[in-house]
Design a protein around this ligand. Sequence first.
Ligand code: ITT
Length: 208
Amino acid sequence: MRIVFATGNAGKMREIRDILADVDAEVYSLKDLGLKSEAPETGESFAENARIKVMEIYDILKDRDEMKDTIIMADDSGLCIDYLDGAPGVHSARFMGHDTDYKIKNAAILEKLEGVADEERGAGFVCHISAVTEDGTVYDAEGEMRGRIASEPKGKEGFGYDPIFFLPEFNRTSGELSEEEKNKISHRGKVLRMMKEILYKKGIISFK
Ligand code: ITT
């Protein structure tokens, strides 16, 4: 069995490899296969965008007759800030430009929330994962990790918005958690475990 994870985000891919380590399958990134995702993420929901990403790669591998014993998965995720009516949400990667340094993006978010009290700084990291199997059946799972927007960026772990995502129960940002700690509680960890359970119950994957 082989799982191809359709992401170009190295931070996501690191976490995904760790969370999938107990599955009896070889895990490949797009880079490993020399592929690149090019389909525009035009969906209005995480679910729509995750589906766009998996189907793009499914169509390529199906055309090449390379879907045998293969599952393709994709993650669409983002930071939804209550005070900003859920923004940047599905636009999280493109907020202020896809390649803009996260130091700049994070500083801009902190500025938008300047003077806002802790109780109003609630936010969630949402993740939607779609998986498509050889015969074209698509499976979906979605979940969230709640926290709040920190008062200042902290931590060098994780990626993206992690330094400004404060978890009161840890008294740290997700940028200060080790990968193991983050994967236990994160949106991605939760949803990928849900997906493993779905595929296991269908007899599609097994564990090592
Ligand atoms: P792929 O589409 O290739 O997977 P991407 O980075 O463009 O990569 P998304 O469209 O799903 O992925 O955007 C997700 C963005 O949301 C990501 O770039 C981060 O800015 C943010 N994000 C999602 N999960 C995160 C996490 O665990 N920690 C920090 N930021 C996260």
